[in-house]
Write a protein that binds this ligand. Structure first.
Ligand SMILES: [Zn+2]
Length: 174
């Protein structure tokens, strides 16, 4: 996924969170901090790719991570999320009394990983264990198709039972 796709997903995720009642107690100013936090971190995981927006700005570090570890591994893992969670909170608490900037930073980072899960390459969330996780849209469509077929079967069984009851009661189909 590219920079713009991640940005759109971040903005719509925060918009969704806001409109569906999460963090109800936040003031307008805190919402702004939530957006700022997200914008600060949403592209950060791609530091492991030299051609990404952030990777191209610090090519040397990016190439090093890419060569030593690879793409969508350490920087897209739960491990880095745990480490960053600690530091994001610590840094934000040094300068702000509210945690909204910190929440935004975590949301930004997580939305990036979630969106990358929809790519065919997948993400090694449990890195250093090398299991690839991916969500296939095709798989989702298949599940929905099965659910619809199951519901139609249930409807059919229901109609047959109802007709049977009708027949038993009236000794006639009509
Ligand atoms: Zn990525």
């Amino acid at each position: 996924m590219n920079f713009n796709e991640h940005l759109i997903f971040l903005i719509s995720s925060i918009f969704f969170i806001k409109n569906y009642g999460f963090f109800k107690y936040l003031s307008k100013e805190e919402w702004v901090y939530l957006y700022i936090g997200g914008i600060l971190t949403f592209s950060l995981p791609d530091i492991d790719h030299p051609n990404s927006f952030i990777g191209s700005k610090i090519k040397f570090i990016s190439k090093l991570i890419n060569k030593k570890i690879g793409h969508r591994k350490f920087t897209h893992s739960l491990l880095i999320l745990i480490i960053l969670n600690y530091y994001f909170k610590k840094i934000v608490n040094l300068y702000f009394t509210s945690n909204s900037l910190y929440y935004g930073m975590i949301i930004g980072y997580i939305t990036h990983i979630i969106l990358d899960l929809f790519t065919p390459m997948g993400v090694e969330i449990l890195w250093p264990l090398n299991f690839k996780f991916k969500i296939s849209i095709y798989y989702f469509i298949k599940i929905i198709k099965y659910i619809i077929i199951m519901l139609l079967y249930l409807l059919l069984i229901f109609l047959i039972l109802k007709l049977n009851v009708y027949y038993i009661r009236n000794r006639s189909w009509i």
